[in-house]
Design a protein around this ligand. Structure first.
Ligand code: DAH
Length: 340
């Protein structure tokens, strides 16, 4: 056995030396080191050896394997270098030719918006909590105080996976996950992510879109904290002169619930097509986390309070860039994407 191993090593090394072109390397490799190659063949024969001989032969076989492999690498480098030199000498490779430009890609407009939003909230001390896009009915509705047959479910036309599993219709179910994971500690997070609604696709509504949810839970958190946070965000995102307007609203998971408008970024309140001559743009739904929701998250509403908000991502980008059709975001037309 040892003899045939030694012979194999010599034969392999000689054959390697005899190769004239890099092209021939793979055949050599297959013949000597491949899965069905000579060395494997010899190794298969190890089984018939006696218990004394076997470790000896095994060790030698491994040495040979390493030796052949390293000889292969060396020979490969030699042959490639020789070929490169030959082609340079013959002028076939003109190293003075200018390179071809690579077309670099860039981030999608939605991604850029998301990153800006994250950065602004990070400055205010908000961490990012990621929650899944496939959710239980329980998290998406029930634990957010939207029981089955509650009329508020009409607001979220839903893609159902099965009786109990949905594509999340908003980022709010992440609130439940985040609270259950963190109680009894204070929370200050945003929850960015993709949402889905079973809707007619039109220039104004897509069945997939991004939201950024916010959640703060602590002792003595008040609605003024919410309004201050949103004001700071609006100014950092849309300019230092921004003003907010608060309207009463209704969401099952907040009490009280509000909607937050910002003075129009285009006309600053004079009235234009973007704000439909109302002077205001809606930027978020929000409110104080409902006691039932706090309790579902593991927080005692007598000890804890919190605020939450939810905002869109595509809509403000559309306002900013004068994009008139939300479908552009998901149709991957380079003529659109390259503009941002
Ligand atoms: N989840 C709501 C929606 O998709 C948005 C929302 C409103 C989120 C109020 C909130 C909130 O956290 O407090 O329409």
């Amino acid at each position: 056995m040892l003899e045939s191993l030694n012979a194999l090593e010599k034969e392999g090394l000689d054959a390697l030396k005899a190769l004239a072109q890099a092209e021939e390397l793979p055949v050599w490799y297959r013949t000597y080191l491949g899965r069905k190659g000579r060395l494997t063949e010899v190794l298969r024969g190890l089984g018939v050896l006696s218990a004394e001989e076997r470790p000896h032969a095994g060790r030698r076989a491994n040495e040979i394997k390493t030796a052949l492999e390293s000889a292969f690498e060396t020979r490969q480098d030699e042959l490639r270098a020789a070929e490169m030199e030959a082609s340079l000498a013959s002028g076939a490779l003109d190293v003075t030719l200018p390179g071809r430009p690579v077309a670099p890609g860039h981030l999608h407009l939605s991604t850029r918006m998301l990153r800006r939003i994250r950065a602004i909230f990070a400055e205010m001390g908000f961490q990012v909590y990621e929650a899944p896009e496939v959710e239980t009915d329980e998290n998406n509705f029930e634990l957010l105080n939207i029981p089955p047959y509650h009329p508020a479910r009409d607001m979220w036309d839903t893609f159902w996976i099965n009786d109990q599993v949905v594509l999340r219709t908003h980022t709010s179910p992440g609130q439940i996950r985040c609270m259950r994971e963190n109680h009894p500690h204070p929370i200050r997070v945003i929850l960015p992510g993709k949402c889905y609604r079973y809707e007619q696709v039109t220039p104004r509504s897509e069945h997939q879109f991004y939201q950024v949810e916010g959640l703060a839970v602590g002792h003595n958190i008040r609605i003024t904290d919410l309004i201050g946070t949103m004001h700071e965000f609006a100014r950092k995102m849309h300019g230092a002169a921004r003003r907010l307007r608060i309207r009463g609203s209704y969401f099952p998971f907040t009490e009280p619930s509000i909607e937050i408008d910002m003075d129009c970024i285009l006309c600053a309140g004079k009235g234009c097509r973007v704000c439909k001559f109302t002077s205001w743009l809606e930027i978020a739904g929000a409110g104080m986390v409902h006691p039932v929701v706090l309790r579902n998250g593991g927080y005692d509403p007598d000890q804890w309070s919190g605020f939450a908000f939810g905002m869109g991502v595509e809509r403000p980008a559309m306002l900013h860039h004068g994009i008139e059709d939300i479908r552009y975001f998901y149709s991957n037309d380079l003529r659109f994407l390259r503009q941002f």
